[in-house]
Design a protein around this ligand. Structure first.
Ligand SMILES: C[S@@+](CC[C@H](N)C(=O)[O-])C[C@H]1O[C@@H](n2cnc3c(N)ncnc32)[C@H](O)[C@@H]1O
Length: 330
């Protein structure tokens, strides 16, 4: 769920346009993405109505994905209390709102975004938030390996790395990681999004970073490209506005996302992570796991395993496994 203050600020922004203007904008943007793909530097948003419509229907989802990825990273790094946050390709600020909710220690925020109109909306939304959000420095600049930037404890890039030309991405990932204690990159949960994240993960691992989430190891990704892709899912409620401007009547949507979180220091990692929805049948739970030393494994936990079975019934797609107090899923 979006924080109330962000939701209220978004409602206010949306009220400047008629529902028809917004749904026309959504149709236009969807068509541009369909025809040209994502790697276009965000130039599908060409008017204020486009930007507002995009924020109204995509920000709740990218906020939910960023929050979920950040929560997993934060759970594995207790004591990491970032003071400064840099968000690259920040758009209207979904990731800065998410990070502020996960790490109340954040005092200084910088967003780098190349579109002045997008910055304008992001700044207006952030004015409705708490002090660090209100004081965000919005820097209008094009992300590139040579761009100067403030040092930051936490650096994020959410749904934006894949918009850069492929050859630029490794340099940008190194640029993101400069002097950062933690880097989190989030992309859509599609095969292309996973490929972008996997390539970024390779760059981070080659730099000696510890991959804290979602992978339980720094080694090669066991998922074979073309056969599957590593992604997770978060369910979010659709606001009535959302339902009005986006076709479909469901009261919720599932946002699929891929991510990687890497740190400078070593942190204890879980033995494995749950990929896919656990299959829960009478007396057994089947888990597809990415493991620390044994690649992908399918594990069955049965009722006979008592406490472990009860934990397996509660575990969700994307969670670490086994839960901290239990030694081994076997
Ligand atoms: C899909 S939006 C994601 C926005 C936000 N991070 C989120 O998660 O909702 C991608 C953003 O990256 C910005 N962007 C794309 N290429 C960029 C570049 N080279 N430099 C700066 N911003 C860029 C776009 O203008 C757009 O606002």
């Amino acid at each position: 769920m979006l924080p109330d203050d962000l939701s209220a600020a978004l409602d206010q922004a949306v009220a400047r346009f008629s529902p028809q203007e917004l749904s026309d904008a959504v149709t236009r943007i969807t068509e541009r993405y369909r025809v040209a793909g994502v790697s276009t530097g965000g130039n599908h948003l060409r008017s204020r109505a486009d930007i507002t419509a995009y924020a109204a229907y995509r920000m709740p989802a990218t906020y939910a994905a960023a929050s979920t990825a950040m929560r997993q990273a934060a759970m594995l790094t207790p004591g990491f209390e970032p003071r400064s946050h840099l968000d690259a390709g920040g758009g209207t600020g979904a990731a800065i709102w998410a990070a502020a909710g996960i790490w109340p220690s954040i005092e200084r925020i910088t967003v780098v975004e190349h579109d002045a109109h997008i910055i304008d909306l992001g700044r207006r939304l952030a004015r409705g938030g708490a002090a660090p959000l209100r004081g965000t420095t919005w820097r209008q600049a094009s992300i590139g390996a040579g761009l100067d930037r403030p040092a930051a404890d936490l650096v994020t890039m959410s749904y934006a790395l894949g918009e850069l030309p492929g050859p630029d991405r490794p340099g940008v990932v190194k640029w993101l990681a400069e002097e950062a204690a933690m880097v989190i990159i989030i992309e859509p949960g599609t095969p292309a999004g996973h490929a972008t994240v996997a390539a970024a993960r390779d760059v981070l691992a080659a730099q000696g970073r510890t991959i804290v989430a979602p992978c339980p190891h720094d080694g090669a990704c066991p998922i074979q490209e073309g056969r599957d892709w590593c992604h997770f899912s978060v369910r979010l409620p659709r606001t009535s506005l959302h339902r009005r401007i986006k076709a479909g009547t469901l009261s919720f949507e599932d946002e699929k996302f891929s991510y990687v979180a890497a740190t400078t220091g070593p942190w204890p990692r879980p033995a494995s992570r749950v990929l896919r929805h656990p299959q829960k049948r009478k007396g057994v739970v089947s888990l597809r796991l990415c493991t620390e030393g044994d690649g992908l494994r399918d594990v069955i936990v049965s009722k006979r395993q008592g406490g472990l079975y009860r934990q397996a019934r509660d575990v969700d797609w994307g969670d670490a496994w086994p839960p901290p107090s239990i030694e081994s899923p076997d």
